[in-house]
Design a protein around this ligand. Sequence first.
Ligand code: PSV
Ligand code: MN
Length: 396
Amino acid sequence: MNAPRSEKIFAALETFRIELPSWGFANTGTRFGKFIQPAAATTTEEKFSDAGQVHFLTGVCPTVALHVLWDCPDGVESTDEIQRFASRYGVTPGSINPNLFQDQEYKYGSFGNPDPSIRKRALESIKESVAIARRLNSRDISLWFADGSNYPGTANMRQRKRWFEEALQESHGELSPDQRMLIEYKPFEPAFYHTDIADWGMALLLARAAGPQAKVLVDTGHHYASQNIEQIVAWLLSENMLGGFHFNDRRYADDDLTMGSIDPYQVFRIFHEIRFFEWESGQRADIAYMIDQSHNLKGKIESMIQTVTMAQQLFAKAVLVDAKKLAAAQKNCNLLEAESLLQEAFATDVRPAIQEWRDSKGLPKDPMEAFRQSGYLERITRERAAKNAHKVTSYV
Ligand code: PSV
Ligand code: MN
């Protein structure tokens, strides 16, 4: 690869970090059941250990997203233990994800629940999550709500919007000056008629209503088929409202497939919009890149390594778009030139440059191969198989 290109890639990789989801290492499934993996993590400590391996081999995943109900069962009390895991396994807590969808009382919603006592409970839970985040030095509290309804006429959508505005404002009031609140949207599932925060516009309005530290979180799997996600990204950037991503790929719905496995060009286009914004504005976009995937067929740690590698490749390809030439081509309506600039960058094999960069950092050139050679998977399979054999294996 010629020197200026690999220099660009090296510079870009220096800045690129991506957060791992703790839940990506645990047994998860579909609504039809779970396929238990003998090596899956069943404790928060095991999740930190597995995330630590991914970071050790790739060097770009220093943080782990935590789900409060699953990883901090004792609330703020859990944080001392989590700090110990963090220093033992070399990865620190990242975004804190309150869970307002699993407990029985949230059957008819959390912030959108007609019962004021449940709305209050949900608010208390968010407040506790903010406190957990503060104790763990986590900047971002990522909010996803399963609230919605299944049948027309069953929910007062305007009223629920007001409840969301009020509760998000109050939650925002809990944030320290350096903390952020990220609001995630999703068009359907688990609710199948209406979702209270269904798209980026609703998330944007609610973030604005909540306060200046609230931004929008784009989960790439939370869009209808063929939606132009990079345009959403461009608009949020221009409004200074893009807070972060949950990356995964989709074919039909919120499939949680491996990033770039179905449409790598789309992820490239998203990264390109971000880079183009940075070039034009001369400012770094402050965006949290996170993975939101849980694999129940492929190996969990291997899938994460595969994802991180893909993310680096697509990011590196995006930095190869010549922004100056692109701006000129756009201005002159030189369509073929503009389109080709993206296509050429996407077609470039960036793998040699990425390997060189890894080598320069003392990281394995091929993290997947290094993982397979490490013996880690064999060890945890031995250690965890018995525990996993006892797990429930069917939905009913
Ligand atoms: C919901 O589908 C979601 O994308 C949210 O980010 C949750 O926190 C995550 O998946 C795990 O359930
Ligand atoms: Mn998500």
